[in-house]
Design a protein around this ligand. Sequence first.
Ligand code: PEP
Ligand code: MG
Length: 553
Amino acid sequence: MQREMRGTVLSEGLCIGTVVKLPHKKNKDTREKIPADKVADECLKFKDIQETVYQKLQALIEKAEKTDDSAQAEILKGYVAILNDPELEADITEKIKTEHDSLPTALFLTANEYVEDMKSLEDEYLRQRADDFNELFSMLLFCTDPSSDRKTPLLVQKSVVAAHTLTPIDMAELDKNMLLGIVSQTGNKTSHAAIIARANGIPMLSGIPYDTVKNGDTVIIDGADLFINPDADKIQSANTKHTILQKEQQSLKTLISKPAVTLNGLRVELKANIGSPDELPKVKEQNADGIGLFRTEFILNENVQTAPSEDFQYGIYSSVLKAMNDKPVTIRTFDIGGDKQYPCFPIPPEENPFLGWRGIRYCLDNPDFFCTQLRALFRASTEGNLHIMFPMISTENEVKKILEFVGQVKADLDAKGIPYSTQVKLGIMIETPAAALIADKLAPLVDFFSIGSNDLTQYTLAVDRGNDKISALYQESHPAVLQLIRKVIETGIKHGKEVSVCGEMAGDSALTKKLLNLGLRCFSMTAVNIQKVKREILSANIEFAEKNNEEVQ
Ligand code: PEP
Ligand code: MG
């Protein structure tokens, strides 16, 4: 009998295949005590299994690196860091020594403590990291009882995997050439498995209860829809759609090496947005003209409890600049606050976080933190073509203060004889209506503008960008938003400053021609959208574009 249901799209796509279910791995609740004279042996056993798991992780990292799966490799390296953390060993052996718990018991109890701690955190991303701990402990527990049923099945034919919770280890063990799609009960966009699925172009849906499908079922994943044992007509129409999509992918691939030039010869820059260096292979694959937005607040996830050090940041920024080989790299200073809360920078609860202590407001009030990032950025600037961008600007005074801090940081580096590039460009995000309306005053202070259409839309229309109930009112092409965008572009042209759009609308090919007609010549988006937008540009003729008033009606 055909059934269908909807899930949450974690990785967009369409696939048809047979289900292979992964076992639902629950760590066994063991409560065993050991005699006092076995304590030392039990502690040594931990060392043994720690080494075994370490070797296994290293093998998986090597496998991921060999197939250029950098997203997978980075996540596994995070596991190695947890495994080698002396605190982990101390917490486990403490239970063996003081409570005389057996090793499996000590592992089980410590796992529960860690996972409960993580789950109680407010930050969604960190709560999801509880799965990482669970998985690592379950690998350790498996070594204490290899008969337990936690093996990831070998895929012998192309399959759709169904899981309760899909972990990065599962993703590392599964042969991705055989993996057509994934459905899981748990997980959200920031789950590591979802990040890996997106990086590998594998469709993934969550919110599908584990018992919904069984081994051998035929399923279709089509965006948010899951069809279980569909009838022949449905399979045929899905196959047809799949073939069309594949052809489209193939034809888009042929555009990769082409520059984005309109029919009337205007060159348009297409850059990529990233949140971590892991995304660089995709950026290069799409032949982006540079990075138009690196959201640095996303690196805070990796350094959870303490503010990231200057050296840690320097390492990340310089690696991105180096990898982009002198193509422009726009790195945005931390845009924390709003919906982006991090334990290392606690912000007291606010009535309206999106109107609160966010972005540049937080940074200017925390000069140590702000200058640490600026120092790391300027030090890294010798490695490539750096543009630094500041978020959430609403006044001229904020920009003046930023320039003062930049001056101080440069003077400090000069005094210490630390080199930096003198070519660094400084720009601001135009994402508040206030900034758009005073763009004329802001332009002389900076080198470039980048329009944050996501926030500009929410602030102009008074529509919370994350509120599903009013999502129909959230329209980036609302005339009010477009009029502001046009004003910013015109102001940029008047002052000879580059203007780009780096919000989601830049990657929406349905809006490409509209933006071109408003005078936009630089778009920055998720790398996978670049060729679709390029296709629109290649067929556009925008000779009289800047005068076009129809676009903003
Ligand atoms: C934007 O607001 O459009 C933008 C690019 O910034 P973020 O989505 O990170 O707020
Ligand atoms: Mg924004």
